[in-house]
Ligand binder design. Sequence first.
Ligand code: NAP
Length: 293
Amino acid sequence: MRAVIIGATGQLGQEFCRRWPGHVIPLGREQCDLTWDLATISAALERQINDPSEEVICINCAAYNFVDRAESEPQAAFAVNAWGVQKLAAACRQLNWPLVHVSTDYVFGLDAVARPLEEEDPPGPVNLYGLSKLMGEYLTRQVLDQRVLIIRTCGLYGRWGQGGKGRNFVETMFQLAQQGQPLRVVADQRCTPSYAADVAQTIIHLIQHQANGIYHVVNSGECSWFEFAQEIFRMTGQSPRLIPISSVEYPAAARRPSYSVLATHKLQRLGVPPLRPWNEALAAYLRERSMQT
Ligand SMILES: NC(=O)c1ccc[n+]([C@@H]2O[C@H](COP(=O)([O-])OP(=O)(O)OC[C@H]3O[C@@H](n4cnc5c(N)ncnc54)[C@H](OP(=O)(O)O)[C@@H]3O)[C@@H](O)[C@H]2O)c1
């Protein structure tokens, strides 16, 4: 099966391009921009395939990912994450291609919970980015019904393709540590930072199981951003001054969920193995990083 990857230059898009077991067609923003109109998006997809009888799947890794900026420019976030995704789904329906669409833990947060969130839990975003992503989920389901697989993931860091958002959290920590200043890191937001390589591989397993509907795909376990930072520096033998702070001490335009740990039981019920623990995934990322630098 051929895979057309939208947002192929991003962290997750790059992992798919490297890991997809069949023929891959990577499309960056220049080849397929989700703010284009439907006819132009459809034409951009259609021209990738010579034989219309060929089996094709579309994997959407593109997103407007600027969580804080979305509060002041919601139209830009919704143009990609909601209306753009709706057009992509409509183009897939025209071409008779199934769609895999990637969403986020930030569809949750409004209702406080003290346990990992299941796919069936009612969403409720606390910021406009999350709302635009939730709208994208609903719109793909409206357009494609059973022919969409929606993946919610969290705190992605990957070795390649950090173009969209700039550096990921791990690289940001290294950069700040180099500046020699104390690092103030939020300690009251818990989630599961997830390695893009693991997430992409598990999504490929889900596609091979012909899954549809919503699935949570994150590494196992949970931590705060402060604990994640501690582990990054412990594993690399560095000891910058790390200061745990609360969300209110960290000025940001967008509110974040205080707890957005995603449960992965549904994945396991399907027979797809759980992802390794977040600290093992971090160790793998750091190993990969040390081989490249
Ligand atoms: N990063 C996280 O922490 C995180 C957490 C949870 C969920 N997610 C979700 O996971 C998915 C992948 O995230 P990521 O970290 O891999 O993102 P990323 O590295 O920021 O990549 C985003 C990609 O989207 C592309 N893009 C942006 N606007 C576009 C548009 N109008 N049309 C077409 N492409 C466009 C970017 O292209 P350019 O390179 O040209 O900008 C880039 O290739 C997204 O759906 C995101 O919402 C991410």
